[in-house]
Design a protein around this ligand. Structure first.
Ligand code: NAD
Length: 252
């Protein structure tokens, strides 16, 4: 047995066309998985799927319950099973004081960052229970523990994702393991959404990195590796783990 192989296993990654999502798709694809690249942006999802030996792209809007349900069904129709669900899609608000956060923004942040993981879990559960290795990995954020000003709703929803991970781990054991990863800042499309800038300024990057003992932001591969590990046989006794992928930010 090769503990890090996923031959004949199907892995669905929401937000699979983005920074962490696409690298996670590649990382599972390189290890033999059938990969379902699920994203709102079908064109980019198709580009990621085209790179992989066995993959399909599907359009999924994780803020829409019907779209989630349809996407999970499409994945099972494509490959006959679903073994690993990676609830990765999520987004920040543009940042700003709490008194300027509108009800509309709050509702959207809730839908995309938290409710999406609950709904995808519900839709995927019968298939994950039928798998020998059924597993869910949620993508939270180190901002759950180490929030930055201006993102109170986002940070607290990611704390909710960690809570959800632990609660579902006890509810779904022993059939389905549930774990999460909490990345520190990485320069993906997320940064553009959070700051409105294409790239971090040198000043902003230096200030972020100053709080990270390992002296750099996260790379997408750091996060993909942690997700791969948690889904693998090497982690077969681990459930309810919220794994920081943060270069030490949480302890600095
Ligand atoms: N990049 C960071 O600094 C960072 C740090 C901690 C946590 N995270 C979390 O990591 C996850 C992935 O973020 P990323 O950095 O790869 O961002 P990203 O912007 O590169 O990717 C996000 C992907 O989600 C897709 N998407 C947007 N809305 C969607 C919807 N409604 N339904 C389905 N897909 C949708 C986008 O098209 C994009 O492909 C998110 O949950 C984010 O909160 C990011």
């Amino acid at each position: 047995m090769n503990d890090l192989r996923f031959d004949h296993r199907t892995v669905l990654v929401t937000g699979g066309a983005g920074g962490f999502g696409s690298q996670t798709c590649r990382t599972f694809g390189e290890r033999g998985a059938n990969v379902v690249v699920a994203d709102l942006n079908l064109e980019k999802a198709a580009e990621v799927a085209a790179e992989l030996p066995s993959a399909v792209a599907i359009q999924m809007d994780v803020t829409d319950p019907e779209s989630i349900e349809a996407g999970i069904q499409a994945a099972v129709e494509a490959f006959g099973s679903l073994d690993v669900l990676v609830n990765n899609a999520g987004a920040p608000n543009r940042g700003g004081p709490i008194e300027d956060t509108s009800v509309k923004d709050m509702d959207w942040l809730f839908q995309i960052n938290y409710r999406s993981s609950v709904l995808a879990t519900q839709a995927a559960l019968p298939h994950l229970r039928a798998s020998e290795i059924g597993s869910i990995i949620n993508v939270a954020s180190i901002s759950a523990k180490r929030p930055r000003p201006g993102h109170a709703v986002y940070c607290s929803l990611k704390a909710g994702v960690e809570g959800l991970t632990r609660a579902l781990a006890v509810e779904l054991a022993p059939e389905v393991r549930v774990n999460s990863v909490s990345p520190v800042i990485a320069e993906t499309g997320f940064v553009k959404n959070a700051t409105g800038q294409e790239k971090l300024t040198d000043e902003a990057r230096a200030s972020m990195v100053a709080g990270i003992p390992m002296g750099r932001p996260a790379q997408t591969q750091d996060v993909a590796n942690a997700i791969l590990y948690l889904a693998s046989d090497l982690a077969s006794f681990q459930t309810g783990v919220c794994l920081d992928v943060d270069g030490g930010r949480s302890i600095s």
